[in-house]
Design a protein around this ligand. Structure first.
Ligand SMILES: Cc1cc2nc3c(=O)[nH]c(=O)nc-3n(C[C@H](O)[C@H](O)[C@H](O)COP(=O)(O)OP(=O)(O)OC[C@H]3O[C@@H](n4cnc5c(N)ncnc54)[C@H](O)[C@@H]3O)c2cc1C
Length: 477
């Protein structure tokens, strides 16, 4: 079988890795840009000892998706920088709300006091959940905002859930599906009539034994065991997360996988022998295609032959995010220590959040922060094509207002990331099922992985690649 992977982001490279492991060669990965990694991009200032990440910076070592990534990281022998649960960056999370920085409670004790921005102790919303029945009509889906409001009240929806959604996908919790983040809680609520009731019942009834999921034939990955024993909350990589795609590309090259850069696929069609791709004006026939492309990019490629599939792919919306990395001399500028802060959308500010990079990792005495802006509200705040200067000025104004840092950064970098995060709006799961049903019913030799379909985090997209590859039949079967 000749297989092609479209996209050299982390999902496409991972698909290459799992295809190689399952089927061997020949295998080619086609990437449109002159580099691999997609949204993962690290800028390491070795002489000054600090790192800018314009995309992801940490990975969670949790559950099967976390264990799966650690297996890959172990195979690639990457130098990990763990952040244990006791570290200040794991313990301290903040909001900027009602004109002040609010430290969120990080222990059960914190549930009994009244901490701003909340107007009552946090155990009260839990009582609300316990004493409020489930919905009469069973819902297939709803927004995560409406679910949180129904179960815990408006304050939790506004000040806990909405900023969390901004932090994960830069989206509006009123549009994002509850299944994006709380699928199990939602299903337990539908089954048992409440979130807490569901959590308690399911502890006894629905226990999943991770060792039985069958992903790890050789037993749990060693690094995952280490992460559990040492209680890691998250981890980064010594030279930044871009080390992961770069090393993976090197590994694939050493195993004779052809990774072709600056090779944008312009069209994709299918026939009885397989698929044909137009790449750099050449017609490339293959027997199977694994696409890791953003949904709107794949939609372009298939629209001539499969307009209906193209239309369904276009129904997955994306948002633009501005990421501004800033470096200051000295490490006394931040008055609060922690991972960073999020700004709830009810505050109506252009800033989604600020990450305190130099609290998470050693930055050789520099203060490094990253301001994230826009997301679902990009157009409202910035209109069409704002200049880098405008964006930098807005970020600096809010760094002053929120963190009281008056001075200009010594060094900064502005990235406008167009259509960088897919939005799993209400109905997303059904939409993805219907896209995959279409591919199955027309027997298209096409598999889909990547951030558009099975989760937006690094762990999700690597696992998505693995699962799609493992669904392909082995030769002779
Ligand atoms: C600002 C930001 C912060 C994030 N933070 C975190 C975090 O802290 N932790 C975490 O786990 N996740 C985080 N994520 C999510 C994570 O970065 C993504 O899930 C992941 O990088 C997506 O990888 P991918 O391979 O699916 O897609 P992409 O990175 O989008 O890769 C797709 C690739 O396809 C290529 N391509 C497009 N069209 C074509 C074509 N026609 N032909 C050939 N190639 C094409 C593109 O050039 C690109 O390289 C963050 C994302 C962003 C944007």
């Amino acid at each position: 079988m000749t297989t092609a992977v479209l996209g050299g982001g982390i999902s496409g490279l991972s698909a290459g890795y799992y295809l190689l492991r399952r089927f061997g060669n020949p295998l080619t990965i086609y990437e449109a840009s002159p580099r691999v990694g997609g949204w993962i991009r690290s800028e390491w200032h070795k002489d000054r000892g600090f790192l800018f990440e314009s995309g992801p910076r940490t990975i969670r070592p949790k559950g099967i998706p976390g264990a799966n990534t650690l297996e890959l990281v172990e195979e690639l022998k990457l130098p990990i920088k763990p952040i244990p649960r006791t570290h200040v960056a794991a313990r301290n999370r903040m909001l900027y709300a009602k004109g002040q920085i609010c430290m969120l409670p990080n222990s059960p004790k914190g549930l009994f006091g009244t901490v701003p921005p909340f107007s009552k102790p946090l155990y009260r919303p839990l009582i609300h959940d316990l004493t409020t029945g489930g919905t009469l009509a069973k819902n297939e889906d709803e927004s995560i905002y409406s679910f949180a409001e129904r179960r815990f009240g408006k304050e939790i929806a506004d000040y806990a859930i909405s900023p969390m959604i901004c932090g994960i996908c830069a989206g509006d919790a009123r549009e994002i599906s509850v299944r994006f983040l709380m699928e199990t809680l939602f299903e337990q609520e539908q089954k048992y009539g409440g979130v807490l009731k569901g959590v308690l019942y399911s502890r006894f009834k629905d226990k999943v034994d991770e060792s039985k999921v069958g992903l790890f034939a050789q037993g749990e990955p060693k690094l995952y065991t280490q992460a559990r024993q040492e209680k890691w909350a998250m981890y980064g990589l010594a030279d930044g997360l871009e080390q992961l795609p770069r090393t993976l590309r090197k590994y694939l090259g050493e195993h004779n996988v052809n990774v072709q850069l600056s090779s944008k696929c312009q069209n994709l069609s299918f026939n009885s022998d397989g698929a044909r791709m137009s790449i750099r004006d050449a017609d490339v026939p293959v027997s199977h295609v694994v696409s890791s492309l953003p949904a709107y990019q794949l939609a372009q490629l298939v629209k001539t032959q499969h307009p209906s599939l193209s239309g369904q792919l276009l129904n997955i919306p994306y948002v633009d995010v501005v990421v501004i990395n800033m470096q200051y001399d000295g490490n006394q500028l931040l008055k609060h220590n922690g991972f960073g802060l999020l700004v709830p959308p009810v505050e109506q500010l252009p800033v989604l959040g600020v990450i305190f990079d130099s609290c998470c990792f050693d930055m050789a005495g520099n203060t490094v922060i990253t301001v994230m802006m826009g997301g679902r509200w990009f157009d409202k705040w910035f209109g069409h094509q704002p200049s880098q200067k405008e964006l930098r000025d807005v970020a600096q104004r809010y760094v002053h207002q929120i963190l009281n840092i008056k001075e200009e950064p010594k060094f900064s970098r502005v990235h406008t990331l167009h259509k960088c995060i897919p939005q799993y709006t209400v109905g997303h799961k059904r939409r993805v099922e219907s896209i995959r049903d279409y591919i199955r019913s027309y027997k298209l030799p096409l598999s889909l992985c990547g951030a558009a379909f099975d989760g937006v985090g690094i762990n999700d997209v690597i696992l998505s690649a693995r699962r799609q590859v493992e669904l392909l039949p082995l030769p002779g079967h």
